[in-house]
Design a protein around this ligand. Sequence first.
Ligand code: GDP
Ligand code: MG
Length: 444
Amino acid sequence: MAAYTRIQKWLKSALIFTVFVNIYWCYGHEIVLDDDIFKASPSKNVVNVGIAKPRRFLLYDVNPGEGFNLRRDVYMRMSNLVKKLREKQEWILVLPPWGRIYHWKSPNLDQYRLPWSLFFNIESLNQHVPVIEFTDYLKEIGKPEIEEVYTLQRYAEGWTNGKFEEKYDERECIDRPAYNAKEGGRFKGWFWGYDDVYALNFKCLSVQGFASILAPMLWESTTARSVFLDRAEEILHDNYGGTEFWEARRSMRFAQHLIDIGNDFRKKHLKSTDEKDKTVMKENWQDQKPEKGTAKGGPYLAVHLRRQDFARNKRKEAPSIENAAQQINKIMKDRKLKTVFLATDAHKSEIDDLKNQVEGKVVQFKPSKTIHHQYKDGGVAIIDQWIAAHARYFIGTCVSTFSFRIQDERQILGFDPNTTYNCFCGDKDLDPKCEQPTKWDIMY
Ligand SMILES: Nc1nc2c(ncn2[C@@H]2O[C@H](COP(=O)(O)OP(=O)(O)O)[C@@H](O)[C@H]2O)c(=O)[nH]1
Ligand SMILES: [Mg+2]
């Protein structure tokens, strides 16, 4: 009898020990337990240890010709796809290193393999869906390997019967494949400048529809631990302008080191501080829900004047410098503002031309050599956006995603939309209608 009790006791402690070792091991190895493991169980005293779900990784990239601000938009689509995927499986979004962007032309700067932490607040992103940098993905996998690569593409035949329907199918690649089989059946291609990275499988996938159309495929048709969607801009936002769209957007806070530089500049050159201008942000983006119109903004007009390819291609959205100066002067008069903050990619001669015609002080952010080297062209662009977002009134360039991102930022800060959704009229002959941007309310 005594022996029997001893065995019973031993079994009991062995069981408790195993449960604890299990929990400890799972945490140590970042294996995630069922969400409700620690929730009160209906029958008391039952410890509900869920089965660990294996982590799966979604990687993506965008057409190499696309600029920084469309890439930010594609991030939002991908993060909401991951949010959807997490309803059933433990997916993590891998952040594609920044680099080789067409507009980043400053000489003597290495502008590739840049981590997201250079530009964004990773902790904030993580509060929307779990994300990791590519280098951390490589560490976690333990080899420079991606299991499956899909290049997304349209349907060669277009929309059948001119009707839009959501679908996807494995198809022959329409363009020359960007990934090629090399020795050992490994596929090589541009993996952000990490030369040893390879993929085990590569296919082209024709797709039309919203991002979550790919969820069933990722859940069920593939068991790969890591899946890379290239040309991810092919799929659309699930719910453009909806709550999840805005949650993804609100979570994309800039890195604090860039915000600090922007705030410093506002204070020194534009008499602008958050306290005075009523733009103090909540620590956590989830708590940032200001009433519309509560933000006042600093005493300046901010202008985003997109030139370069916009002007070269004589797009209707690009006014002549003279026309732009006239529109700026009118707003300054109407709004009783005497200072202009100018964000632009214009050449110096155009900037000088503009300054000569603007009736007021024109201020620009010019980075020191150290700041430029440290934070690159992308960081400088973000600082420009941050300063522009804090102005009393903003006018941007129609259809420029650089201007769109400033507009979202101002909505998040709580500005009256009338001070935000404005863009330059092009020259009369090209742009007689001068359509103004759609006003987007944040859905909380
Ligand atoms: N610093 C800075 N860079 C700009 C400005 N306007 C354009 N750029 C650069 O040009 C790029 C424009 O590309 P993109 O972000 O795709 O915006 P979009 O082409 O205007 O829709 C930006 O990412 C910047 O690199 C500006 O006002 N300031
Ligand atoms: Mg662009």
